[in-house]
Design a binder for this molecule. Structure first.
Ligand code: ADP
Ligand code: F6P
Length: 447
């Protein structure tokens, strides 16, 4: 079996990683073994011109540092102030600076230089996410002939958002050098085809193949999953139940997200406010626990969303809190996974309300963590990739505060039979399409 070489921007070297990519890829590499290459998270004025290898089974890890200038241009700049907002339907938050695009190209070229000496001809190279779109082109120009696939963890933009990029032509050129393009949802594959049809040259070939700007590639949908069996066990053995009960004395509604403007956290706070306004009988009966670790705080839009969220939570608590009850508790830091698993299990409602999201693994973790005999209810945005396969959740439009508040009320009052019926259908999907299924299906297609 040929070796799997995964390349991503983020390489988890510490504890408690948050973010779907690292959680999923760690789960996938644990079973297949291989090499994972990524950014160490460290900035250095003069980074080493070779990869640094880190000990630790069951897979090899190798990292590189970035200069502060490259970090700013490639990660904070083009990746997270251009590609991220555009892919999440917020081109109004985009900041275009030509030197940042230059830095993005430069870092991808440098990663190719660092990687090439460690590659074998029969490796399968699996490039992850939007930080590394140009990597296949850079590797090919250095003579790499191994199979190279790309998987996009976030949504692919439709033509009108795609056209707001400073370089849509170049984007399609980057993509055309991959053997396989993987997307989270049907929505993304059709956006890719439609955007390419309007902004580049694309012709369908047989069996998911395309001729993109004169190069043959294939594209498909591979919805990512979680390590379901391990997460079920984690949740079953978590010991937080009594602690949680004594803390609140009421039912819990939980949200777990990086504090990102794409996650719709203010929208769910406003819906909770409306729920409390319209249902005085629910006061002191339900509490909202929002766990939202910081992310990309050097980018202005992320500082704004933090301020907005904290302000809103404070206002709602000021409006409704009693001496015995704090309606919203907001934890702004990462938690160990086993604690998260226990909190999900304890919650009566899981709130996953992104305005745009590739998949959203929290939706799957919430389902896996439930006690099958008394499960909680998942409220899921129709704009999460997960909504394509998790139809037994309460599917909502997060922009519609009334609909969301109504779904919260419906979840609180749902009968145990109805909760069990919905949960059992959801759990079956999360078990069948787990992380092993995702990586095996993708890598089969790449082979
Ligand atoms: P994204 O990739 O955009 O962050 P996902 O929902 O797909 O969104 O993945 C988020 C991952 O990060 C999940 O595995 C979730 O458990 C984890 N995570 C989110 N918040 C925390 C937190 N506070 N502590 C630990 N892990 C977290
Ligand atoms: O899953 C989408 C994603 O952007 C990953 O690529 C990334 O690792 C994760 O969210 C967290 O973001 P960041 O690595 O910028 O903290």
């Amino acid at each position: 079996m040929s070796r799997l070489v995964a390349v991503s921007n983020r390489l988890p070297l510490g504890d408690n990683p948050s973010g779907g990519l690292v959680v999923a890829l760690a789960d996938a590499l644990r079973s297949s073994g291989g090499l994972w290459v990524g950014f160490s998270g460290e900035q250095a004025e003069e980074p080493a011109d070779r990869l640094v290898f880190h000990d630790g089974a069951p897979f090899e890890r190798a990292s590189f540092d970035l200069t502060p200038t490259d970090y700013e241009a490639y990660y904070l700049g083009y990746s997270n102030s251009v590609l991220w907002p555009v892919c999440h339907g917020r081109p109004d938050l985009m900041h275009i600076h030509p030197e940042e695009l230059e830095g993005y190209r430069r870092v991808n070229a440098r990663i190719a230089d660092l990687l090439v000496p460690h590659l074998r001809p029969d490796d399968r190279i699996w490039v992850q996410d939007y930080h590394l779109f140009p990597l296949a082109a850079e590797l090919r120009s250095r003579g790499v002939t191994a199979r190279i696939g790309h998987f996009l963890h976030i949504p692919f933009p439709g033509p009108s958002d795609m056209a707001t990029l400073p370089n849509p032509d170049e984007m399609f050129d980057w993509l055309s050098h991959y053997d396989l393009l993987g997307f989270q949802a049907e929505r993304d594959l059709s956006n890719f085809v439609e955007s390419a049809r309007q902004l580049a040259r694309i012709e369908p070939l047989a069996e998911g193949g395309y001729c993109l700007n004169g190069q043959e590639t294939r594209a498909g949908v591979f919805p990512i999953g979680i390590d379901t069996a391990a997460f079920i066990e984690e949740a079953r053995h978590a010991q937080v139940e009594d602690r949680m009960r004594s803390l609140t004395g009421s039912e819990i509604m939980i949200g777990v997200d990086r504090l990102d403007y794409s996650k719709g956290i203010p929208h769910r706070f406003r819906a909770f406010q409306l729920l409390l306004e319209n249902n005085p009988d629910l006061h002191e009966c339900i509490s909202f626990l929002q766990i939202a670790p910081p992310t990309r705080e050097e980018v202005e839009a992320y500082r704004d969303i933090r301020e907005e969220t904290e302000h809103l939570a404070g206002r709602i608590n000021g409006q409704f809190a009693t001496v015995n009850w704090t309606p919203i508790r907001f934890i702004h830091r990462p938690l160990p996974r086993k604690v998260l698993a226990g909190l999900y299990r304890q919650a009566r409602i899981g709130l996953v309300t992104p305005l745009a999201d590739g998949m959203n693994l929290v939706a799957k973790e919430f389902v896996a963590a439930q006690d099958v005999s008394d499960p909680g209810v998942l409220i899921l945005s129709r704009f999460a990739g997960a909504a394509e396969t998790m139809e037994d959740a309460l599917i909502i439009n997060p922009h519609d505060t009334w609909e969301l508040a109504e779904a919260m009320a419906c979840a609180i009052r749902m009968t145990p039979n109805e909760r069990r019926r919905r949960h059992s259908a959801l759990l079956q999907g999360v078990i069948e399409n787990d992380i092993g299924w995702w990586s095996a299906t993708y890598l089969d297609a790449l082979n």
